[in-house]
Write a protein that binds this ligand. Structure first.
Ligand SMILES: [Zn+2]
Length: 426
């Protein structure tokens, strides 16, 4: 039994939390292509307007993916307190990934069973969005005279890079030190975990070149696929062992992601795939081009320049050793790693609240992949930012995704106490 009125009130709003989560799941904001974004923003506008007097709907016009058919709508709600002070911002993405196959429940039905709510986005991250709304509403109702401000945003396109969502808003000052001081992203990291940041990313395409010739006389040409095979051999023989030997001090989960990693996302070589319906044979030609896309995830101990140079060196070595080897390296995308300090105010406040609600010490983690913190950190220059929310990360993007109702209630309590710690007691 709790004696804290904030916590008791959250328990009383269980049905509201469940209904809100189910309503959000029922709006199928599937991305790509980015369906029903306006609808979910309108729903949230109606929900939040009794307590949040300042609400803006912002379309990320011209952002990747934005079109009149699929406009990238975002919502930012602000509730100023009684006096000036810090702003605490809860940022959730409202998009979800496709359903895929293997479901035993309706992906948009929000079925409630055994203290769980099922549906696409229940865990990633409409459950977290609903949890932060209940926490903010309860705090505002019980402690209306707080100093500072509370903000809640529901943003587009996190699943496809966040350029029509948080990145767009950060470029326009919605995430900036002048406006916001503390950020919680309620991604499903588990109710006792504070996620401090993420590893870095470098995506690049490497193309090897050859010379086309008749396939019956390959010696008259030069096979780009064989050159690519040599590169893949070099990656296996030297790069993978080197990466596996590098270990970070970042508390990445799962622990296997504490080393540097490289995935080869795709490989294409030789003639293109035939058009659908073509029933003939392929032509006998020596491949004049082969391409791979690499996805290199790197550690805070590594620099982006060194990560790139390591691959350049490997290509130079092949050029020197292998007759005819020529290639091109094209950078596609890069995001530096980020990790919020453990003594940052948001980390301390959430950690204390986890202790009060769960009776546990918080676990500090770092994500193997990036999420919207990358834009808040880099474009928004806000380094007092974490991910904290209910749900089990492994269920994200899976069939029969669910979020635990008890976990959402516990996380809502942590979030409400965090508001109390940051706004009333600072
Ligand atoms: Zn997510």
């Amino acid at each position: 039994m709790t004696t804290d009125p904030l916590l008791a009130e959250i328990d009383r709003r269980r049905d509201d939390l469940v209904a809100l989560t189910r309503d959000l799941i029922a709006i199928p904001t599937v991305n790509p292509p980015g369906d029903h974004y306006r609808e979910i923003c309108d729903y949230l506008h109606a929900r939040l307007s009794p307590r949040f007097p300042e609400i803006e709907l912002v379309r990320a016009e011209g952002a990747p993916g934005d079109s009149d058919r699929h406009p990238r709508w975002n919502l930012i709600a602000r509730r100023p307190g009684a006096d000036p002070g810090d702003t605490v911002h809860f940022n959730s993405h409202h998009d979800v990934v496709e359903t895929g196959s293997g479901w035993t429940t309706d992906p948009f039905g929000g079925e409630v069973r055994d203290d769980r709510i099922y549906g696409r986005g229940s865990c990633d991250m409409k459950g977290g969005l609903a949890t932060s709304i209940i926490a903010a509403e309860v705090f505002a109702d019980l402690s209306p005279d707080y100093p500072g401000a509370i903000e809640i945003s529901a943003t587009a396109d996190e699943e496809t890079g966040g350029y029509g969502g948080v990145a767009y808003l950060a470029e326009r000052g919605y995430f900036s030190p002048e406006r916001v001081q503390h950020v919680i992203i309620p991604e499903p990291l588990n109710k006792n975990r504070i996620c401090l940041g993420h590893r870095g990313v470098w995506w690049a395409e490497i193309e090897t070149f050859g010379r086309i010739a008749h396939g019956s006389m390959p010696f008259l040409g030069d096979s780009a696929i064989r050159h690519m095979a040599a590169l893949l051999g070099e990656i296996e023989a030297t790069l993978y062992p080197a990466l596996a030997n590098r270990e970070t001090a970042m508390p990445v989960v799962p622990p296997l992601a504490r080393q540097s990693t490289l995935n080869i996302n795709s490989i294409h070589g030789g003639q293109p795939e035939p058009e659908a319906g073509y029933t003939g044979f392929p032509a006998p030609v020596v491949a004049h081009s082969a391409r791979i896309v690499i996805d290199r995830r790197y550690l805070i101990e590594e620099t982006p320049a060194a990560v790139r140079q390591e691959v350049v060196d490997m290509l130079e070595k092949l050029k020197a050793e292998r007759p005819g080897f020529s290639c091109e390296l094209r950078d596609l995308w890069t995001i530096p790693p980020t990790m919020t300090a453990r003594d940052a105010p948001i980390v301390t406040a959430v950690g204390k609240a986890i202790g009060s609600v769960l009776g546990l010490a918080p676990e500090y983690v770092v994500s193997p992949g990036t999420y919207d913190q990358k834009h808040i950190d880099r474009i928004g220059r806000l380094h007092n930012c974490i991910a904290y929310g209910p749900g089990i990360l492994d269920l994200a993007h899976q069939p029969d995704e669910y979020v635990g109702i008890g976990d959402m209630l516990d996380s809502a309590k942590v979030m409400a106490l965090t508001l109390d710690n940051l706004l009333n007691r600072s």
